[in-house]
Design a protein around this ligand. Sequence first.
Ligand SMILES: Cc1cc2nc3c(=O)[nH]c(=O)nc-3n(C[C@H](O)[C@H](O)[C@H](O)COP(=O)(O)O)c2cc1C
Length: 225
Amino acid sequence: MNVTDAIASRISTRAFLDKPVAEKTVREILEVAARAPSGGNLQPWKVYALAGAARDDLVARVKRAIAENPFAKESEFAIYPEKLWEPYRTRRFEVGEAMYQRLGIPRDDKPARLAHLMRNFDFFGAPVGLFFTLDRRFDKGQWAHLGMFMQTIALIVQERGLATCMQEAWQTRAKTVSGFLGLCEDEQLYCGMALGYANLDAPVNATRSDRADVDEFAIFKGFKE
Ligand SMILES: Cc1cc2nc3c(=O)[nH]c(=O)nc-3n(C[C@H](O)[C@H](O)[C@H](O)COP(=O)(O)O)c2cc1C
C-alpha cells in the first residue's frame, strides 16, 4: 500500500472486531510513527497504550464516572469553539448526519444518538486504546506536532490492515482518564485513539466523509505552470 492509498482508504472506524492486537504490533507501529517530524526534533508526544485488563478497567471506571455524574465538566479545553461558523458548522453537521443515516438513527432519536456517542467510551469495541499526552508547558507548535504523529500512526495502521478512530471524546472525561493513567501535574491529556481490526460488516463503517475542493482552502500564487 502506498501513502496515497493509505490516506485515501483511512476512515474513522467506529466498530471493531473482538480480535486482539499484540503489544509487539503496537510497538512496531509506534516505532515507525516516531519518524514523524517535530519542530526542533522535540518529539513532544507521549503515548499510553492500553489493552486487556488495563483497557477494560479504564472503560469500567469511565462508565462509573459518567453514571455518577453525567454532566461533569472534565475537559481541559474546548474541543470546538463555542459557536462554529460557516463553512465549519455545516461540515460538522453533515458528517454527523451521514453517520447517523448509516446507523439508521433519525435526528429526533436523541437516546439512540447518545448511546452511539457513548460507544466512544468503549473504544467502539477496539481491543487497544491509545492516549496521547503533552507537557502543559508546550505551546501551539508542539500540539500541531503531536497531531502529525497521530496521523502518521493512523496511516501505518492502515498499511498493516488494522484501523483507528481518533477520539477527542475522551477529553470530556480528562480528569478520570488522567487519574487512571497516573499523569503528573505537568502532563495534559489531548486525545484518545481506538485501534484494532475493523468490523467491515458494521454499517457505521460504510460512512464516507466529504472533503472540500482544493480551491476552497488553498491559495496559489506565482506558479508558472
Ligand atoms: C483529533 C481528532 C479527534 C476526533 N475525535 C473523535 C471522537 O471523539 N469520536 C469520533 O467518533 N470521531 C472522532 N474523530 C473523527 C472525525 O469526526 C473524522 O476524522 C472526520 O469526521 C472525518 O472522517 P474520516 O476520519 O472518516 O475521514 C476525531 C478526529 C480527529 C482528527
